[in-house]
Design a protein around this ligand. Structure first.
Ligand code: FES
Length: 69
């Protein structure tokens, strides 16, 4: 599940998920390992991508954690 992914990636959880999953922040930005990224079935929505653009340190394997189920 996502928590495993977060832990595996050493994400700093402080302030994580400030908007509680409403796509109004980028504090849940996670950079996934390729294998995890590939394992996620759904593609990011336009809304997620817009918010990811604002995220610090955006990478090709970035997602917003609150949008990963
Ligand atoms: Fe704010 Fe995910 S918790 S966008």
């Amino acid at each position: 599940n996502l928590l495993d992914i977060v832990i595996n990636n050493d994400v700093d959880l402080e302030g994580y998920g400030a908007c509680e999953g409403t796509l109004a922040c980028s504090t849940c930005h996670v950079i996934l390992k390729q294998e995890d990224f590939d394992r996620i079935p759904d593609k990011p929505t336009d809304e997620e991508l817009d918010m990811l653009d604002l995220a610090y340190g955006l990478t090709e394997r970035s997602r917003l954690g609150c949008q990963i189920y």
